[in-house]
Design a protein around this ligand. Structure first.
Ligand SMILES: *Cc1c(COP(=O)(O)O)cnc(C)c1O
Length: 428
């Protein structure tokens, strides 16, 4: 199968757009390939501009839980478009989606809509700082919370490091209030609290999906809650990826730990640009115009985006048993691949949360970012290229999570496992 048209399109795009892409991970850099240009999606499939068809385990990096071109979401968008694209004034669509999300998340009394996950997290952190009157925040190595300045911090050496910016252009002064802790390691968080003059919040992906899939231990989250309460800091669950993906009612419903604020994105927009953050009434009351913490957006709560999000979340709410079905499929996929890999002497660690799946080429369990880095990423690159040739589109990095959409059938899973077996045979 040829990819000449994609190669040519990539050359042209690189002349006009830095790296040829509008978000770096799309460039296939970490697997050493070149990206496919997509012509269209249909259910579980992606079709590239050379006409090749792939089973899509990326689904726009999470949002499309019903697959491409879901009829009810598509109709909702078309319906909304006919009334106008944007008004910059309140619409009923915003209240409808708010009501739905508030009814689903126990921890959310009030919610604010924005246009991306990055914005949601950035605003939630500002709110936490405004509410507590403190500056420092704690984040975890390997967790991604969007590309805002104070959250672009990489790990240093040692148990606790005050954050160094992980991108040029981010002043160290902006990240000196970001303390780094180790995922699933409560002592590292305790150290942060002991070293800081005042921590506004701890932000965590309760089901981490940006270092591969690495769920937090229940016990760890419970200890985090206790520590936050002890110091009067807020606990923020960043569920931009895991929200409506891992389970219907939020990570709080499967971990037993309730956060003070939750950030959402991806599925909540049904494929349109939507982010959101919400939490307890008393905290949300500090947000402008009710309170003094400023936050705004020309296209926030955009009626077309709200319509797409509402259609997606409502359909999930009406079919919440879907998560069991998706989880069974995800499990069948990763367990099947693991058995196939072992037959060729390749060790694999696999995990699943609802429609999210993860795998590492590693002999030992992956509990944190160091473990994720220690996995065999060179082998992953070969696996990725091999699967693409077989017609299966996996995320182009070993640090990403895979997604099952409702359009993926058991037969497709079996085909994927059979293809993986051939690929393992070739690369082992
Ligand atoms: C994707 C993601 C973000 C950023 O969302 P964008 O819409 O890409 O800005 C933030 N947090 C987590 C956990 C994510 O997965």
């Amino acid at each position: 199968m040829g990819t000449e048209a994609s190669l040519k399109a990539f050359d042209e795009a690189q002349e006009l757009i830095p790296g040829g892409v509008n978000s770096p991970v799309r460039a296939f850099k970490s697997v050493g390939g070149t990206p496919l240009f997509i012509a269209e999606g249909e259910g579980a499939y992606l079709v590239d501009i050379d006409g090749n068809r792939y089973v899509d385990y990326v689904q726009s990096w999470g949002p499309l839980i019903f697959g491409h071109r879901d009829e009810s979401i598509e109709n909702a968008v078309i319906g909304a478009v006919k009334h106008g694209l944007s008004f910059g004034a309140p619409t009923l669509a915003e209240t409808e989606l708010a009501k739905l999300v508030v009814s689903i998340f126990d921890s959310i009394d009030k919610i604010r809509f924005v246009s991306s996950g990055t914005e949601a997290v950035m605003s939630a952190i500002r709110l936490a700082r405004g509410y507590t009157g403190r500056d420092d925040i704690v984040k975890f190595e390997g967790c991604y919370h969007g590309h805002s300045d104070s959250l672009l911090v990489q790990a240093g050496s040692g148990a606790v490091t005050f954050g160094n910016p992980s991108s040029p252009g981010v002043p160290a002064d902006f990240t000196k209030h970001t303390l780094l802790a180790k995922y699933n390691d409560i002592e590292s968080v305790r150290n942060c609290f002991e070293q800081s003059v005042g921590i506004a919040c701890v932000i965590i992906e309760p089901i981490a999906g940006n270092m591969g899939l690495v769920p937090a231990d229940k016990e760890f989250l419970a200890q985090l809650r206790t520590l936050c309460d002890e110091y009067g800091a807020l606990l923020i669950f960043d569920e931009v990826m895991s929200g409506f993906r891992a389970t219907m009612f939020g990570a709080e419903s499967i971990t037993g730990t309730t956060p003070d604020l939750v950030t959402l994105g991806k599925v909540i927009g049904g494929g349109m640009p939507v982010g959101a953050f919400g939490g307890k009434r008393e905290i949300m009351a500090h947000l402008s115009p009710e309170g003094p913490v400023y936050q705004a957006g020309t296209l926030s709560g955009n009626p077309v985006a709200m319509a797409a999000g509402y259609a997606a979340v409502k359909k999930l709410r009406e079919n919440s048993r879907l998560f069991g079905v998706l989880e069974a499929r995800a499990r069948r996929l990763v367990e099947g691949m693991k058995v196939a890999a072992e037959r060729h002497g390749i060790a694999m660690q696999v995990d699943v949360r609802g429609s999210m799946f993860g795998f590492f080429f590693s002999e030992t369990p992956v509990k944190n970012f160091d473990d994720a880095c220690a996995a065999n990423h060179a082998l992953f690159a070969k696996f990725h290229a091999g699967m693409l040739k077989e017609g299966f589109y996996f995320a182009c990095s070993g640090y990403e999570t895979g997604f099952i959409c409702t359009a993926i059938t058991d037969a497709m899973i079996e085909e994927t496992v059979a293809a993986a077996e051939r690929v393992f045979g070739a690369i082992a």
